[in-house]
Design a protein around this ligand. Structure first.
Ligand code: COA
Length: 264
């Protein structure tokens, strides 16, 4: 296990092949300032480049919040050009996460508001404690979501839910977020960490190249016409037949044993 300094805006810890990246500003409910956005970007670059990491869990420090939004005190004084740059900085981070070649699970341990929900939506899977509150309350600040929220929520949960959350600005509880399709799973808060690690460990033991193939297909397919998406899927499917993992997975099934995937 490796840990970063307690005062760093982001903390890193490895448990086997699962890397946990923790937004570490609990006294500010893990609000995303520019330095935290940059530290997160670096942490995801590092996790992508490290073959020993097979799954990433993203969470917030403390018991109250995943992330309570972009840093309002930092935004309060921005000029229009700086505001645009801040939006781009956040959007680039969410895109980095979305395009990770290995699964990223958001462990939502409390408030996921504004940039916090946008951060969670950049992840591939979301598991929330039953005490979580999720929302896009930017209109209450005279703002709109700027880290991809209007676009990702639309694709994830549809127009009605997006307009409800972004126009009304009132957060929803975890159960309602599950109903809307914003989170994949809701568990009792006390079991959140254990349930998330169970899911992450399962993903970490799965075939890395197959997981990457799924992520690539879904990313590409979400942004193109179905014919192109199907073509891309066929190419990725064919590519799987070049991997050791495909021989191992199908062979293990036929031999009635557990497969051991090596990512080659
Ligand atoms: N940006 C900057 N600081 C924030 C923050 C944010 N998005 N969210 C919380 N904080 C800070 C508070 O200013 C406070 O700092 P302080 O102790 O130095 O005054 C600290 O975190 C604790 O927050 P507090 O508001 O006292 O906690 P609470 O339990 O009373 O309320 C929330 C929790 C989440 C309801 C409330 O903090 C809130 O509404 N936050 C903003 C949510 C938001 O609008 N996000 C979208 C931003 S675009």
């Amino acid at each position: 296990m490796s840990d970063t300094a307690a005062s760093a805006p982001v903390a890193i810890a490895d448990h086997g092949a699962v890397r946990t990246i923790t937004v570490n500003r609990p006294d500010k409910l893990n609000a995303l300032n520019a330095a935290t956005l940059d530290a997160l970007h670096q942490a995801f670059d590092d996790a992508a480049a490290d073959d020993a990491v097979r799954c990433v869990v993203l969470t917030g420090a403390g018991s109250k919040a995943f992330v309570a939004g972009a840093d309002i005190s930092e935004m309060n004084t921005l000029t229009p050009v700086q505001g645009r740059d801040f939006s781009l900085r956040g959007q680039r981070l969410m895109r980095r996460i979305e395009k990770m070649p290995k699964p990223v699970v958001a462990m939502i341990n409390g408030f996921a508001l504004g940039g916090g929900l946008e951060l969670a939506m950049g992840c591939h899977l979301r598991i929330a404690g039953d005490n979580a509150k999720l929302g896009q309350p930017e209109v209450n600040l005279g703002l709109i979501p700027g880290f991809g929220g209007t676009q990702r929520l639309l694709r994830l949960a549809g127009r009605a839910a997006t307009l409800e959350l972004c126009l009304v600005g009132t957060p929803v509880d975890a159960a309602r977020a599950r109903e809307l399709g914003i989170v994949n799973q809701v568990v009792p808060a006390a079991e959140l960490e254990a349930e998330t690690m169970k899911l992450a460990t399962r993903l970490a033991e799965s075939a890395p190249l197959a997981l990457r193939g799924v992520l690539d297909c879904v990313n590409v397919g979400g942004e193109c016409a179905i014919e192109e998406g199907l073509e891309y899927e066929t190419a990725q499917f064919g590519l799987m037949f070049s991997t050791d993992d495909m021989r191992e997975g199908t062979g293990a099934f036929l031999e009635r044993r557990k497969p051991a995937f090596n990512g080659r």
